[in-house]
Design a protein around this ligand. Structure first.
Ligand SMILES: [Zn+2]
Length: 279
């Protein structure tokens, strides 16, 4: 099995199904250290997989950034992905929580959903003349899939059904979306039927099979039309110039006042270290 993401149309062209599978260790840079307990890493894996599904289905050239922030033991999870499947993601612990995070923590306990936890999605266009679009919603306690699904249904107003599943080695998932059609009667028959059928699939079936083969075989009667396929890969877009621009004013002041000869700044996505000296 390898990393992949594909999109299929149903023959009546009113429903779209995107599927993804990525190996768990490809969510971050191979050089990234991990100070986050393994049990929390499903958050970064699932957010990355969800973002690949969304980025794969955008029609224009650009990128999608998904972000979850809250006041629980995990304060931030971010994933960026462009429409060619190049992604980078990060997860941050809340510095107010020194203790080891309990492995039994639920999604709600990790993020903290008491009205302070938010989910945001930002779409940036390669065409710089177009302004970025951002949607923000409160986190729904149920889980990551449900929070993103709720954002798509409410904010984007696209009937959507999203499920993500993690095992130690793989993250797999799918996104079913109803498309606006010319003769839109308000009834999304294939979407509703498919949603029902997808809800009944047992989680282990996704892990026993390559995700694309699985859907092609189990939905053979639907004559799925493949519209896109790509190989998602980690790629960090950090540069010296971008990092310098993002340096806080305090750090710039420290350098300016000659308090320090140089400072080292680590890219939070790939952990590459950049050294900035006074001159
Ligand atoms: Zn980087």
């Amino acid at each position: 099995m390898r990393n992949k993401c594909s999109t299929f149309l149903f023959p009546d062209k009113d429903t779209k199904l995107s599927v993804v599978q990525i190996s768990s260790n490809s969510c971050r840079s191979p050089d990234a250290s991990s100070e986050i307990e393994t049990d929390c890493n499903y958050l970064i894996r699932e957010l990355t997989a969800a973002n690949i599904l969304l980025s794969c289905s955008i029609k224009h050239q650009g990128s999608v950034t998904l972000q979850i922030s809250g006041n629980g033991p995990i304060s931030l999870v971010v994933s960026e992905c462009d429409n060619n499947g190049f992604y980078r993601s990060l997860i941050k612990k809340n510095s107010n929580y020194d203790d080891k995070i309990q492995s039994v923590c639920t999604f709600e306990e990790l993020i903290g959903t008491n009205k302070t936890a938010i989910f945001s999605a930002t779409i940036k266009f390669k065409d710089r003349k177009r302004n970025p679009y951002q949607g923000i919603v409160e986190i729904q306690g149920a889980g990551l899939s449900e929070s993103i699904e709720s954002y798509l249904n409410k904010s984007e107003q696209i009937p959507s059904f999203l499920r993500l599943y993690s095992s130690g080695k793989w993250v797999k998932g799918f996104l079913l979306q109803a498309l606006p059609t010319v003769t839109d009667s308000g009834e999304k028959n294939s979407f509703n039927q498919m949603k029902l059928s997808l809800s009944s699939i047992k989680k282990n079936k996704f892990f026993e099979n390559d995700i694309e083969d699985f859907f092609m075989k189990t939905h053979i009667e639907h004559n799925l039309i493949r519209t896109k396929t790509m190989t998602p890969r980690f790629r960090c877009t950090c540069t010296r110039k971008k990092l310098l621009e993002s340096l806080s004013e305090i750090l710039k002041k420290e350098l300016g006042q000659k308090r320090q000869e140089s400072i080292e700044v680590k890219c939070e996505f790939c952990e590459k270290v950049y050294c900035f000296s006074r001159d």
